[in-house]
Design a protein around this ligand. Sequence first.
Ligand SMILES: [Zn+2]
Length: 325
Amino acid sequence: MNQTFKDWCQQVKDAACRDWPGILQSLAGLDDQQTDTKTRRRGAPCPVCGGTDRYSFKAPDTGGWACRRCGGGDGWELLKRVNAWDFAHAVREVADYLRIEPYKGQAPTHQQREAARQLAEKRQQANKNRLEREQQKQAAVHDQRAVYALQEWSNATPAKADHPYLRSHRLPPFDLREVQHPHYGRCLLVPLINDAGGLRNLERINPQGLKRPIKGAQKQELYYQFGIDSWTVYICEGWATGAAIHINQPHRPVVLCAMSAGNLENVTYIARRKYPESNLVIAADHDPAGRQKAFIISAKFDLKVVLPGHPGEDFCDMHIRESSV
Ligand SMILES: [Zn+2]
């Protein structure tokens, strides 16, 4: 039977659909987590460019994946990028893994298979090392940017009640500071701390309410906290939302602000550890993305979700609406 190279490739491609998780684990060094579609919700380190949660595995039948930094594609694309292979090389490796006879010549001998297995092990180790190096590098950048944040914070002055953002949101300054930024104007500084209470980042808010982050600084697992202790502990996204919840309840409850939907789950973990006896409540923004994220987390942690009165609002919009009547 005369099979063309193209037909042979198609045969390999068809067969690959049955076992992309196995192929990617053996030939690209991915682990169980990185070949699990649960990463669509949780994220995982990217096998190509590292990080902690920017990657997700989409489809076991195509090897489909996506990464917020380096893009995405099918399983073939991942094999090519991780190993720096061309397609012909990738298809030979996959055929070998699937025990499909090579296009020309003999089926691999026992020694060849053993060599391939050892090579796969070496690749897994190399990829693991690469990811670890990437994470260490990122941690070093975060440490360095935290020093910068602390400097900016130390040079700033206590925020005044006449800051346009505070006035337009009808909020007091709490313990925020402000600084005259050379590019962004008169910025409020929201101190963002980690689990250990260390200042790691600042959210700068300019008079128009635009948020200007410190480039390269840590974002995940940081929060701003209102209040000290309470039976009900709220978890929300934005600082102004948290402020509105805090001041509109007579007992001034604890509110942890995650600053972004992507950090809400991290902060929920932190809240659970910090306040194991308390009743945690997710205070969601009343938009499709905010609601969806909140309900996923509430299901995972078995928590209550509260929503502001009107669709499209967050709790600060509601606070502004109600305090202006
Ligand atoms: Zn990536």
